[in-house]
Design a protein around this ligand. Structure first.
Ligand SMILES: O=C(O)CCC(=O)C(=O)O
Ligand SMILES: [Fe+2]
Length: 340
């Protein structure tokens, strides 16, 4: 039973049903065993899928039909030679040549570095700004994310095998959330087969009946699940179960530089396990709108505003107050490829 603060917050917890809120642990309504036994979680998931399909139908015309067909089948796209070679060469040179204040996070054998690409950094990166403004880049994010919404973008460097430790939390198969949502990587480096390539379970963006039954059972106890991230609504799944849920084998994507990998990360995916030490650099982007709005939006909101920086500043302030951060911190000037 929730304490008195829980009851005070009850109306807010209930209102969160109409948003992308996903944490079974932090919201006693979303986490309620009784409600989820009655099908609350699965009802939200089903409704979100239906509404997203309608929004996507309206966003589809901006997309080459082949992209749309391949995405609808697989839940992800890997598009080689995404940018014209000359533009890609300029973009890579300017991004790798910059020293910019960066945030870093060490988890397991991985160090991740992020440099935001926003109103602060993009004016000094004209080729990058030009590439990210390309209509196809935007149309793919809008369609797969099912919202007309400028994605948040970063230079993301993933150094795997930096120390003797187990793989990071992203390296376990999971869904990011219960509703269609988009993430992408425009790779600036090759990602060979034995490195930490993005790995996706084809078709898992459209759950099988067995997947829905599994997720329904999981939702009943998820609030108290031993895996913290499952409790927070990013469901972890064992590789052996994926086949039992009726999915084909996962695909670990080995790609060349200038490939755009873009996926609906409500499907099962993970960061592939690297066999030795490896480094991959990408322009990473994500966007997430309200899963239940019937309209796709006008496309005015989104990246460029200081939202991400404000969010980070709040997180850092909270970490200072409580003495417990989430591990991400500003580390000073870094260029994307500089070893940790
Ligand atoms: O970096 C990757 O390959 C995947 C990481 C992941 O699961 C995510 O960003 O949601
Ligand atoms: Fe993920």
């Amino acid at each position: 039973m929730p304490g008195w603060t829980g009851w005070l917050l009850a109306p807010l917890h209930a209102l969160a049903l109409a948003t992308g809120a996903k944490s079974f642990r932090d919201n006693p309504v979303l986490g309620s065993a009784a409600l989820n036994r009655m099908g609350l979680h699965i009802a939200r998931k089903r409704l979100a899928a239906r509404v997203a399909a309608r929004r996507r139908a309206r966003l589809a015309t901006a997309l080459p039909p082949a992209d749309r067909a391949a995405f609808d089948r697989d839940g992800y796209l890997a598009i080689p030679d995404f940018l014209p070679a000359e533009l890609f060469a300029r973009l890579r040179a300017e991004v790798l040549g910059q020293q910019t204040p960066a945030r870093e996070f060490v988890d397991g054998y991985t160090l991740t570095r992020l440099i935001p690409l926003d109103a602060v950094t993009l004016p000094r990166l004209p080729a990058t700004a030009e590439a990210l403004a390309s209509p196809r880049y935007r149309a793919l994010h809008d369609y797969i994310g099912s919202h007309r919404l400028a994605p948040h973008r970063f230079v993301q460097t993933v150094f795997s095998g930096i120390r003797d430790a187990p793989p990071d939390v992203q390296s376990h198969f999971h869904t990011d959330t219960f509703h269609p949502t988009v993430k992408s990587w425009l790779f600036l480096t090759d990602v060979p087969g034995d490195a930490a390539g993005f790995t996706y379970v084809p078709g898992s963006h459209r759950p099988t009946r067995r997947h829905l039954a599994w997720e329904r059972r999981l939702s009943i106890t998820a609030a108290r699940h031993q895996d913290r991230l499952t409790g927070e609504g990013s469901l972890r799944v064992d590789e052996a179960r994926l086949a039992r849920l009726g999915y084909p084998a996962p695909r670990k994507l080995a790609v060349e530089a200038n490939t755009l990998v873009i996926a609906d990360t409500s499907g099962f995916h993970r960061r592939g396990i690297s066999e030795g030490s490896a480094c991959r650099i990408a322009i990473w982007a994500y966007a997430r709108g309200n899963p239940f709005t019937p309209w796709a939006g006008l496309g005015l909101a989104g990246a460029g505003g200081g939202k991400v920086r404000t969010f980070w500043a709040l997180q850092d302030a909270l970490a200072r107050l409580t003495g417990r951060g989430n591990g991400w911190r500003w580390v000073g000037l870094r260029s994307p490829a500089a070893p940790p």
